[in-house]
Design a protein. Structure first.
Length: 380
Protein backbone atom coordinates (compact mmCIF):
# COMPACT_ATOMS: atom_id res chain seq x y z
CA UNK A 1 0.00 0.00 0.00
CA UNK A 2 1.31 3.41 -0.93
CA UNK A 3 2.38 5.89 1.75
CA UNK A 4 4.01 9.28 1.69
CA UNK A 5 7.24 7.61 2.81
CA UNK A 6 7.50 5.15 -0.11
CA UNK A 7 10.98 4.76 -1.56
CA UNK A 8 9.93 5.74 -5.08
CA UNK A 9 6.95 8.09 -5.10
CA UNK A 10 6.35 10.39 -8.02
CA UNK A 11 8.65 13.41 -8.16
CA UNK A 12 5.75 15.70 -7.35
CA UNK A 13 4.76 13.74 -4.27
CA UNK A 14 8.40 13.35 -3.24
CA UNK A 15 8.84 17.11 -2.99
CA UNK A 16 5.53 17.40 -1.17
CA UNK A 17 6.36 14.58 1.25
CA UNK A 18 9.78 16.03 2.08
CA UNK A 19 8.14 19.32 2.98
CA UNK A 20 5.07 18.03 4.86
CA UNK A 21 6.12 14.75 6.50
CA UNK A 22 7.47 16.52 9.59
CA UNK A 23 4.06 18.09 10.13
CA UNK A 24 2.10 14.85 9.83
CA UNK A 25 3.26 12.51 12.60
CA UNK A 26 1.40 10.58 15.23
CA UNK A 27 1.50 12.24 18.65
CA UNK A 28 4.85 13.94 19.10
CA UNK A 29 7.27 13.48 21.93
CA UNK A 30 10.03 15.79 23.03
CA UNK A 31 12.63 13.44 21.53
CA UNK A 32 11.27 13.59 17.98
CA UNK A 33 10.16 17.23 17.84
CA UNK A 34 10.73 18.34 14.24
CA UNK A 35 13.04 21.28 13.73
CA UNK A 36 10.48 23.03 11.56
CA UNK A 37 7.81 23.02 14.27
CA UNK A 38 6.92 26.61 15.06
CA UNK A 39 6.46 28.15 18.46
CA UNK A 40 3.03 29.29 17.33
CA UNK A 41 1.94 25.70 16.59
CA UNK A 42 3.15 24.48 19.99
CA UNK A 43 1.29 27.24 21.77
CA UNK A 44 -1.86 26.35 19.84
CA UNK A 45 -1.43 22.81 21.14
CA UNK A 46 -1.04 24.07 24.70
CA UNK A 47 -4.22 26.10 24.28
CA UNK A 48 -6.01 22.98 23.02
CA UNK A 49 -4.88 21.06 26.11
CA UNK A 50 -6.07 23.89 28.36
CA UNK A 51 -9.35 23.87 26.46
CA UNK A 52 -9.73 20.13 27.18
CA UNK A 53 -9.24 20.74 30.88
CA UNK A 54 -11.64 23.69 30.91
CA UNK A 55 -14.13 21.72 28.82
CA UNK A 56 -14.13 18.87 31.33
CA UNK A 57 -14.71 21.24 34.24
CA UNK A 58 -17.42 23.19 32.39
CA UNK A 59 -19.27 20.01 31.39
CA UNK A 60 -19.19 18.70 34.96
CA UNK A 61 -20.36 21.98 36.50
CA UNK A 62 -23.05 22.37 33.81
CA UNK A 63 -24.31 18.81 34.32
CA UNK A 64 -24.44 19.28 38.07
CA UNK A 65 -26.42 22.50 37.62
CA UNK A 66 -28.89 20.92 35.18
CA UNK A 67 -29.51 17.93 37.42
CA UNK A 68 -31.04 20.26 40.00
CA UNK A 69 -33.16 22.25 37.51
CA UNK A 70 -34.35 19.37 35.32
CA UNK A 71 -34.48 16.61 37.95
CA UNK A 72 -32.86 14.50 35.24
CA UNK A 73 -32.34 10.81 36.07
CA UNK A 74 -32.23 9.09 32.66
CA UNK A 75 -28.52 8.38 32.93
CA UNK A 76 -28.57 5.49 30.45
CA UNK A 77 -29.97 7.67 27.70
CA UNK A 78 -27.64 10.54 28.62
CA UNK A 79 -24.61 8.24 28.44
CA UNK A 80 -25.75 6.84 25.10
CA UNK A 81 -26.53 10.23 23.59
CA UNK A 82 -23.15 11.72 24.52
CA UNK A 83 -21.25 8.58 23.46
CA UNK A 84 -22.71 8.13 19.96
CA UNK A 85 -21.32 11.49 18.89
CA UNK A 86 -17.83 10.00 19.21
CA UNK A 87 -18.54 8.51 15.79
CA UNK A 88 -17.65 11.98 14.49
CA UNK A 89 -14.23 11.97 16.17
CA UNK A 90 -12.33 10.63 13.15
CA UNK A 91 -13.96 12.71 10.37
CA UNK A 92 -13.97 15.94 12.40
CA UNK A 93 -10.49 15.35 13.80
CA UNK A 94 -9.06 14.69 10.35
CA UNK A 95 -10.77 17.78 8.97
CA UNK A 96 -9.15 19.89 11.70
CA UNK A 97 -5.80 18.21 11.08
CA UNK A 98 -6.00 18.73 7.32
CA UNK A 99 -6.99 22.39 7.52
CA UNK A 100 -4.42 23.12 10.22
CA UNK A 101 -1.32 21.29 9.06
CA UNK A 102 -1.45 21.25 5.26
CA UNK A 103 -0.46 24.09 2.95
CA UNK A 104 -2.81 23.14 0.06
CA UNK A 105 -0.18 24.53 -2.31
CA UNK A 106 -1.19 21.74 -4.69
CA UNK A 107 -4.52 20.43 -3.34
CA UNK A 108 -4.75 17.37 -5.62
CA UNK A 109 -1.24 16.15 -4.83
CA UNK A 110 -1.63 16.85 -1.11
CA UNK A 111 -4.95 15.00 -0.93
CA UNK A 112 -3.39 11.95 -2.55
CA UNK A 113 -0.39 12.04 -0.21
CA UNK A 114 -2.63 12.63 2.79
CA UNK A 115 -4.86 9.64 1.99
CA UNK A 116 -1.80 7.42 1.66
CA UNK A 117 -0.44 8.81 4.91
CA UNK A 118 -3.72 8.05 6.73
CA UNK A 119 -3.83 4.49 5.42
CA UNK A 120 -0.33 3.99 6.76
CA UNK A 121 -1.07 5.54 10.18
CA UNK A 122 -4.48 3.95 10.77
CA UNK A 123 -4.02 0.50 9.23
CA UNK A 124 -0.49 -0.32 8.04
CA UNK A 125 1.88 0.88 10.78
CA UNK A 126 -0.24 -0.31 13.74
CA UNK A 127 -1.16 -3.47 11.77
CA UNK A 128 -4.85 -3.07 12.47
CA UNK A 129 -7.70 -4.03 10.18
CA UNK A 130 -11.25 -2.77 9.94
CA UNK A 131 -12.48 -5.85 11.84
CA UNK A 132 -10.19 -5.03 14.77
CA UNK A 133 -11.54 -1.50 14.96
CA UNK A 134 -15.16 -2.68 14.86
CA UNK A 135 -14.84 -5.61 17.30
CA UNK A 136 -12.34 -3.86 19.54
CA UNK A 137 -14.48 -0.74 19.52
CA UNK A 138 -17.47 -2.78 20.66
CA UNK A 139 -15.55 -4.31 23.58
CA UNK A 140 -14.04 -1.08 24.87
CA UNK A 141 -17.35 0.71 24.25
CA UNK A 142 -19.02 -1.47 26.89
CA UNK A 143 -16.35 -0.58 29.47
CA UNK A 144 -16.42 3.08 28.44
CA UNK A 145 -20.22 3.15 28.51
CA UNK A 146 -20.69 1.57 31.94
CA UNK A 147 -17.90 3.70 33.43
CA UNK A 148 -19.53 6.89 32.13
CA UNK A 149 -22.97 5.67 33.20
CA UNK A 150 -21.73 5.37 36.81
CA UNK A 151 -19.88 8.70 36.68
CA UNK A 152 -22.85 10.83 35.61
CA UNK A 153 -24.96 10.34 38.78
CA UNK A 154 -21.87 10.99 40.94
CA UNK A 155 -21.89 14.58 39.67
CA UNK A 156 -25.12 15.13 41.57
CA UNK A 157 -23.61 13.78 44.79
CA UNK A 158 -20.11 15.30 44.92
CA UNK A 159 -18.55 18.72 44.32
CA UNK A 160 -16.70 18.70 40.99
CA UNK A 161 -13.22 19.23 42.48
CA UNK A 162 -13.67 16.29 44.85
CA UNK A 163 -14.92 14.19 41.94
CA UNK A 164 -11.87 15.06 39.80
CA UNK A 165 -9.41 14.51 42.63
CA UNK A 166 -10.82 11.04 43.32
CA UNK A 167 -10.77 10.26 39.60
CA UNK A 168 -7.00 10.74 39.49
CA UNK A 169 -6.65 7.74 41.80
CA UNK A 170 -7.12 5.69 38.65
CA UNK A 171 -3.32 5.61 38.42
CA UNK A 172 -3.22 3.05 41.24
CA UNK A 173 -5.57 0.70 39.42
CA UNK A 174 -3.83 1.21 36.07
CA UNK A 175 -0.41 0.39 37.54
CA UNK A 176 -1.76 -2.77 39.16
CA UNK A 177 -3.66 -3.92 36.06
CA UNK A 178 -0.69 -3.08 33.82
CA UNK A 179 1.41 -5.40 35.92
CA UNK A 180 -1.18 -8.20 35.73
CA UNK A 181 -2.22 -7.98 32.07
CA UNK A 182 0.64 -6.15 30.32
CA UNK A 183 3.50 -7.51 32.47
CA UNK A 184 4.85 -4.03 33.14
CA UNK A 185 7.73 -4.16 35.63
CA UNK A 186 7.28 -3.00 39.22
CA UNK A 187 9.69 -0.15 39.94
CA UNK A 188 10.39 1.98 42.99
CA UNK A 189 8.91 5.15 41.41
CA UNK A 190 5.69 3.27 40.66
CA UNK A 191 5.46 1.96 44.22
CA UNK A 192 6.08 5.44 45.61
CA UNK A 193 3.44 6.85 43.26
CA UNK A 194 0.86 4.31 44.44
CA UNK A 195 1.63 5.08 48.08
CA UNK A 196 1.58 8.83 47.45
CA UNK A 197 -1.73 8.78 45.56
CA UNK A 198 -3.31 6.52 48.20
CA UNK A 199 -2.20 8.95 50.91
CA UNK A 200 -3.57 11.92 48.98
CA UNK A 201 -6.90 10.12 48.50
CA UNK A 202 -7.12 9.44 52.24
CA UNK A 203 -6.60 13.12 53.05
CA UNK A 204 -9.16 14.23 50.45
CA UNK A 205 -11.83 11.76 51.57
CA UNK A 206 -11.35 12.49 55.25
CA UNK A 207 -11.70 16.22 54.62
CA UNK A 208 -14.53 15.97 52.06
CA UNK A 209 -16.16 19.33 51.33
CA UNK A 210 -18.31 21.86 53.13
CA UNK A 211 -21.47 22.30 51.05
CA UNK A 212 -25.02 22.24 52.36
CA UNK A 213 -26.37 20.73 49.12
CA UNK A 214 -24.46 17.49 49.63
CA UNK A 215 -25.39 15.22 52.54
CA UNK A 216 -22.89 12.83 54.07
CA UNK A 217 -24.84 9.90 52.64
CA UNK A 218 -24.77 11.43 49.15
CA UNK A 219 -21.03 12.08 49.37
CA UNK A 220 -20.31 8.49 50.45
CA UNK A 221 -22.49 7.14 47.64
CA UNK A 222 -20.80 9.49 45.17
CA UNK A 223 -17.34 8.35 46.27
CA UNK A 224 -18.36 4.72 45.73
CA UNK A 225 -19.70 5.53 42.26
CA UNK A 226 -16.51 7.40 41.31
CA UNK A 227 -14.30 4.52 42.41
CA UNK A 228 -16.49 2.00 40.55
CA UNK A 229 -16.36 4.24 37.48
CA UNK A 230 -12.58 4.59 37.49
CA UNK A 231 -12.14 0.84 38.07
CA UNK A 232 -14.03 0.18 34.85
CA UNK A 233 -12.18 3.02 33.13
CA UNK A 234 -8.88 1.41 34.13
CA UNK A 235 -10.02 -1.84 32.50
CA UNK A 236 -10.98 0.29 29.48
CA UNK A 237 -7.43 1.67 29.35
CA UNK A 238 -5.92 -1.81 29.54
CA UNK A 239 -8.33 -3.23 26.94
CA UNK A 240 -7.61 -0.29 24.64
CA UNK A 241 -3.87 -0.89 25.05
CA UNK A 242 -4.19 -4.60 24.29
CA UNK A 243 -6.38 -4.08 21.21
CA UNK A 244 -4.98 -0.92 19.65
CA UNK A 245 -1.40 -0.79 20.95
CA UNK A 246 0.56 2.43 21.52
CA UNK A 247 -1.46 5.62 21.32
CA UNK A 248 -1.27 7.17 17.87
CA UNK A 249 -3.44 10.21 17.34
CA UNK A 250 -5.00 8.73 14.21
CA UNK A 251 -5.60 5.34 15.82
CA UNK A 252 -7.04 7.26 18.78
CA UNK A 253 -9.53 9.07 16.55
CA UNK A 254 -10.43 5.91 14.62
CA UNK A 255 -10.95 3.94 17.84
CA UNK A 256 -13.15 6.68 19.30
CA UNK A 257 -15.27 6.66 16.14
CA UNK A 258 -15.55 2.88 16.39
CA UNK A 259 -16.76 3.30 19.99
CA UNK A 260 -19.36 5.81 18.83
CA UNK A 261 -20.64 3.50 16.09
CA UNK A 262 -20.84 0.55 18.50
CA UNK A 263 -22.73 2.70 21.03
CA UNK A 264 -25.14 3.85 18.32
CA UNK A 265 -26.03 0.28 17.39
CA UNK A 266 -26.09 -1.15 20.92
CA UNK A 267 -28.01 1.71 22.49
CA UNK A 268 -30.66 1.69 19.78
CA UNK A 269 -31.58 -1.79 21.04
CA UNK A 270 -30.86 -1.51 24.78
CA UNK A 271 -32.52 1.82 25.60
CA UNK A 272 -36.04 0.98 24.31
CA UNK A 273 -35.84 -2.30 26.26
CA UNK A 274 -34.75 -0.46 29.43
CA UNK A 275 -37.69 1.92 29.08
CA UNK A 276 -40.15 -0.84 28.33
CA UNK A 277 -39.20 -2.92 31.38
CA UNK A 278 -38.97 0.06 33.72
CA UNK A 279 -35.21 -0.10 34.30
CA UNK A 280 -34.99 3.66 33.73
CA UNK A 281 -37.60 6.40 33.37
CA UNK A 282 -38.07 7.52 29.75
CA UNK A 283 -36.76 10.94 28.83
CA UNK A 284 -39.35 13.70 28.75
CA UNK A 285 -38.25 15.72 25.72
CA UNK A 286 -38.91 19.30 26.76
CA UNK A 287 -37.02 22.19 25.22
CA UNK A 288 -34.75 22.42 28.27
CA UNK A 289 -33.99 18.67 28.17
CA UNK A 290 -33.12 18.72 24.46
CA UNK A 291 -30.84 21.72 25.02
CA UNK A 292 -29.14 19.88 27.90
CA UNK A 293 -28.57 16.73 25.83
CA UNK A 294 -27.11 18.55 22.82
CA UNK A 295 -24.94 20.76 25.02
CA UNK A 296 -23.55 17.68 26.77
CA UNK A 297 -22.87 16.04 23.40
CA UNK A 298 -21.09 19.19 22.17
CA UNK A 299 -18.86 19.11 25.24
CA UNK A 300 -17.92 15.48 24.55
CA UNK A 301 -17.15 15.87 20.84
CA UNK A 302 -15.13 19.09 21.20
CA UNK A 303 -13.15 17.55 24.05
CA UNK A 304 -11.94 14.58 22.01
CA UNK A 305 -11.14 16.65 18.92
CA UNK A 306 -9.21 19.21 20.99
CA UNK A 307 -7.40 16.38 22.78
CA UNK A 308 -6.27 14.91 19.46
CA UNK A 309 -5.18 18.35 18.21
CA UNK A 310 -3.18 18.91 21.42
CA UNK A 311 -1.33 15.62 20.91
CA UNK A 312 -0.53 16.52 17.30
CA UNK A 313 0.70 20.04 18.03
CA UNK A 314 2.59 19.45 21.29
CA UNK A 315 3.30 16.16 23.06
CA UNK A 316 1.69 13.74 25.54
CA UNK A 317 3.89 15.28 28.25
CA UNK A 318 2.26 18.70 27.92
CA UNK A 319 -1.20 17.18 27.79
CA UNK A 320 -0.57 15.08 30.92
CA UNK A 321 0.78 17.98 32.94
CA UNK A 322 -1.95 20.41 31.91
CA UNK A 323 -4.63 17.83 32.73
CA UNK A 324 -3.55 17.97 36.38
CA UNK A 325 -4.75 21.58 36.60
CA UNK A 326 -8.36 20.38 36.63
CA UNK A 327 -8.19 19.76 40.39
CA UNK A 328 -7.27 23.29 41.55
CA UNK A 329 -9.31 24.96 38.79
CA UNK A 330 -12.44 22.98 39.62
CA UNK A 331 -12.00 23.82 43.32
CA UNK A 332 -12.08 27.51 42.33
CA UNK A 333 -15.18 27.07 40.15
CA UNK A 334 -16.90 25.10 42.93
CA UNK A 335 -16.38 28.05 45.25
CA UNK A 336 -17.41 30.72 42.74
CA UNK A 337 -20.51 28.91 41.50
CA UNK A 338 -21.79 27.10 44.57
CA UNK A 339 -19.86 28.51 47.52
CA UNK A 340 -18.25 25.12 48.15
CA UNK A 341 -15.23 25.23 50.45
CA UNK A 342 -12.77 22.51 51.32
CA UNK A 343 -11.12 21.98 54.71
CA UNK A 344 -7.36 22.40 54.91
CA UNK A 345 -6.75 18.65 55.01
CA UNK A 346 -8.53 18.17 51.66
CA UNK A 347 -6.63 21.07 50.08
CA UNK A 348 -3.36 19.53 51.26
CA UNK A 349 -4.45 16.19 49.78
CA UNK A 350 -5.30 17.76 46.41
CA UNK A 351 -1.98 19.61 46.29
CA UNK A 352 -0.08 16.48 47.27
CA UNK A 353 -1.88 14.51 44.54
CA UNK A 354 -0.81 17.00 41.87
CA UNK A 355 2.79 16.99 43.15
CA UNK A 356 3.01 13.17 43.20
CA UNK A 357 1.67 12.73 39.67
CA UNK A 358 3.77 15.59 38.31
CA UNK A 359 6.88 14.07 39.87
CA UNK A 360 6.14 10.64 38.41
CA UNK A 361 5.51 11.97 34.91
CA UNK A 362 8.65 14.12 35.10
CA UNK A 363 10.70 11.11 36.23
CA UNK A 364 9.38 8.97 33.40
CA UNK A 365 10.26 11.67 30.88
CA UNK A 366 13.74 12.20 32.35
CA UNK A 367 14.37 8.45 32.50
CA UNK A 368 13.42 8.11 28.86
CA UNK A 369 15.66 10.98 27.78
CA UNK A 370 18.67 9.84 29.82
CA UNK A 371 18.41 6.06 29.41
CA UNK A 372 16.74 5.88 25.97
CA UNK A 373 13.96 3.73 27.39
CA UNK A 374 10.66 3.08 25.57
CA UNK A 375 7.96 5.75 25.45
CA UNK A 376 7.00 6.73 29.00
CA UNK A 377 3.57 5.85 30.28
CA UNK A 378 2.08 9.14 31.40
CA UNK A 379 -0.60 9.03 34.04
CA UNK A 380 -3.46 11.43 33.33
Amino acid sequence: MTSINDDKPTSELADLADERVSLLPGPRTDDDEPASSSTSLRWKGVLCALFCCSNDIAQSEYTQWQYGDLEFSSYLFLTWFTTVWLALALPVGLLVHWLWLTSRRDPRAERSAYRAFLRAKIFDEPRLGLRTYLLGGAVVMVLNFVSTYLWYPSLGMLPVALNFALSHSIVIIVLVLSRIFLKDPITLPKVLTVVGVAGAMALIIVGKANHSDFSSHAIVTGIILVFASILLWAFYDIAYKRMFGEVNVFVLLAAQSAIGVAALVGGAVAIPLAWRFGLEPPVEFSGATVAFLFTSAAFSVTYFVAYAAALVATSPVWVAFIDLTDVPLSAVTDYLLWGTTYPAISIVGMAFLVVVLTAFNAYELCFKSCRKSPKPKLLL
